[in-house]
Design a protein around this ligand. Structure first.
Ligand SMILES: Nc1nc2c(c(=O)[nH]1)N[C@H]1C(S)=C(S)[C@@H](COP(=O)(O)O)O[C@H]1N2
Ligand SMILES: [Mo]
Length: 439
C-alpha cells in the first residue's frame, strides 16, 4: 500500500549513487558540479548532462579547476573515438556524447558500445561463420556467411540502433543499470539479408509465433550454462522488411566489437534484440524465455508505479517494444561559449521515434515558454533518423539553455522529465537540454 513514507523514501533516493559496478558516471559528475541554477528550474538535475563545462568560476575567468575528482571516463579502445564516455568496463559499455552524433551517418569510431557478457575471441574465418535456424520450421538450416551472401538478396538501410536503457540516467530515483544520457544510440548503414527471407527459406510452421536469438559471447561470469543475453520477439516483428541479418556496417565488414561476423538489426525496438555474434535463431510457439526476458528486464509498467518501488515485473508489466520519440542537439555542444553579441545561433540535431515517424522538432531557449520549429531532412528509409537544422534568436548575451523536443507521428512528444519509472530504467526520453554562454 502506498503511504507517505513510501513517497518520502522515493524522494530521498534521488541522491542514491548509481548501481554498484558502474564507474563514475555522468550522473555522479552532474551531482557534484551542477550549480544552483538548474535546481532552481525545479527539474531533475539528470535532465542536463555535464553542464559543468560552464562553471560560474570559469565564466568569471578563473582558471578551470584541476581534473574533477569524479567524472566521465574517456573510452580507450582500438578504432574508437576517445571522446566516447566509458560507462562500464566489465562488461564493456560506452556511450556517444550528443555533439559526437553530428554526422548524418554515425561513423564506426563514434558508434556506442554495449556488451552484457564477455567479448568473444576475434573470429578468423568470417565467411565460414555459421548461423542455425531451428525450432518451429519445416527445414532447420545451417547457413554460413558465404551462403547467406550468395543465396539471398542483400539490402542496405540506414537505421538507428538504440539501447533500451538510453536516457536511464534521467530517472529519479536512479534506476539500476548503465547510466546512459542520450548516447546509447547511433545510426549506421547496415548491409545484410532480410531475416524474413531466411525464415521463409526454413519454412515457418503455423506454430511459429516468436523468435529467440543467441550469440557467441560468454556470460560475464564465464558460466558456460548461461547466455550473456538472449532475447526474442513476436514473429510479426521478425518478418518486417527492415529486420536484417547483417555483415557490414557503413560499407565495412561488421567490426568485431559490433558483433562481426554476423548480427541482427531489429530497428525501432530495444537494441538488445539485435544480437551480436549471431549464431542461432530459435523459432518458437511461445514467448522466448532467454537471458534478458521476463521480470523487469526490458519491461515497463502498464500501470504506472511509484518511482523507486520494489516490484518484480510479474504483474502489470509488458516487454518494451517500440522505443519512444527522442531528439538530440548535436551542435552546438553542451557548454559551448559563443562570442559576445552573438544573437543568431544555428542548431543541428537528430530525432527518431522507434516504430513511428518524427513529425516535428522544436527548440526553446526560455525553458519551454516558447518553442521554435526546426527544419527536418527527409530520412533515407524507414527507421533512419531525421537530421534537423534551424536557428534561434537570443535576446541578449548571457547564459541560455537550449531545449529540444520531438513529437512523433501519433502526436506524442518527449516529456519534460523522464516518466513511467521502472526498476531497470527503460524508455526514458525527456527533452534534450544543453547550455551555452554568450560573451
Ligand atoms: N550477443 C550479444 N548481442 C548483443 C548484446 C550482447 O551483450 N551480446 N548487447 C545488446 C545490447 S543491450 C545492445 S544496446 C546492443 C549494442 O550494440 P553495439 O555494441 O553494436 O552498439 O547490442 C545488443 N546485442
Ligand atoms: Mo542495450
Amino acid at each position: 500500500m502506498l503511504n507517505e513514507a513510501d513517497l518520502r523514501d522515493g524522494a530521498a533516493a534521488t541522491d542514491a549513487v548509481p548501481a554498484a559496478g558502474a564507474l563514475d558516471t555522468p550522473r555522479t559528475s552532474r551531482r557534484l558540479l551542477l550549480g544552483g541554477s538548474i535546481a532552481a528550474l525545479g527539474l531533475a538535475a539528470g535532465g542536463l548532462p555535464r553542464l559543468s563545462m560552464i562553471s560560474p568560476a570559469a565564466a568569471q575567468g578563473a582558471a578551470p579547476a584541476a581534473a574533477p575528482p569524479k567524472g566521465p571516463q574517456p573510452f580507450d579502445y582500438p578504432g574508437k573515438d576517445k571522446g566516447l564516455t566509458l560507462l562500464g568496463d566489465r562488461p564493456l559499455v560506452a556511450e556517444t556524447p550528443a555533439n559526437l552524433l553530428d554526422d548524418d551517418t554515425t561513423p564506426i569510431a563514434k558508434f556506442f558500445v554495449r556488451n552484457n557478457g564477455q567479448i568473444p575471441e576475434p573470429i578468423k574465418d568470417v565467411d565460414g561463420w555459421q548461423l542455425k535456424i531451428e525450432g518451429e520450421v519445416d527445414k532447420p538450416l545451417t547457413l554460413t556467411v558465404k551462403e547467406l551472401k550468395s543465396r539471398f538478396k542483400a539490402h542496405t538501410f540506414r537505421m538507428v540502433l538504440e539501447c533500451g536503457g538510453n536516457g536511464r540516467s534521467f530517472y529519479t530515483p536512479a534506476a539500476r543499470g548503465n547510466q546512459w544520457t542520450n548516447g546509447g544510440a547511433g545510426c549506421a548503414e547496415w548491409t545484410g539479408v532480410r531475416l524474413a527471407d531466411v525464415l521463409k527459406a526454413a519454412g515457418l510452421k503455423a506454430s511459429a509465433k516468436f523468435t529467440g536469438h543467441y550469440g557467441a559471447d560468454p556470460h560475464l561470469s564465464g558460466d558456460t550454462t548461461k547466455d550473456a543475453v538472449s532475447r526474442g520477439m513476436p514473429i510479426e516483428k521478425a518478418l518486417e522488411p527492415h529486420c536484417l541479418i547483417v555483415w557490414a556496417m557503413n560499407g565495412e565488414p561488421l567490426p568485431h566489437i559490433h558483433g562481426g561476423p554476423l548480427r541482427l538489426v531489429v530497428p525501432g525496438w530495444p537494441a538488445s534484440l539485435s544480437s551480436k555474434w549471431l549464431n542461432r535463431i530459435l523459432v518458437r510457439a511461445t514467448p522466448h524465455d532467454g537471458q534478458g526476458m521476463g521480470g523487469t528486464s526490458y519491461r515497463v509498467p502498464t500501470v504506472p508505479i511509484v518511482p523507486g518501488s520494489n516490484v518484480d515485473g510479474k504483474t502489470n508489466f509488458a516487454d518494451l517494444t517500440s522505443m519512444p520519440v527522442r531528439s538530440i542537439i548535436t551542435a552546438p555542444a553542451n557548454g559551448a561559449r559563443l562570442p559576445a553579441a552573438t544573437r543568431e545561433v544555428a542548431l543541428r540535431g537528430a530525432a527518431w521515434a522507434g516504430d513511428h515517424e518524427v513529425a516535428k522538432v522544436e527548440v526553446s531557449f526560455d525553458a519551454g515558454q516558447r518553442w521554435h520549429a526546426m527544419t527536418l531532412a527527409k530520412p533515407k528509409n524507414r527507421y533512419d533518423w531525421v537530421r534537423w537544422t534551424g536557428k534561434v534568436k537570443l535576446p541578449s548575451d548571457g547564459y541560455f539553455e537550449l531545449w529540444a523536443r520531438a513529437t512523433d507521428s501519433r502526436g506524442v512528444a518527449q516529456p519534460h522529465v523522464a516518466t513511467n519509472w521502472n526498476p531497470q530504467g527503460y524508455g526514458s526520453n525527456p527533452l534534450h537540454r544543453i547550455a551555452v554562454l554568450v560573451g
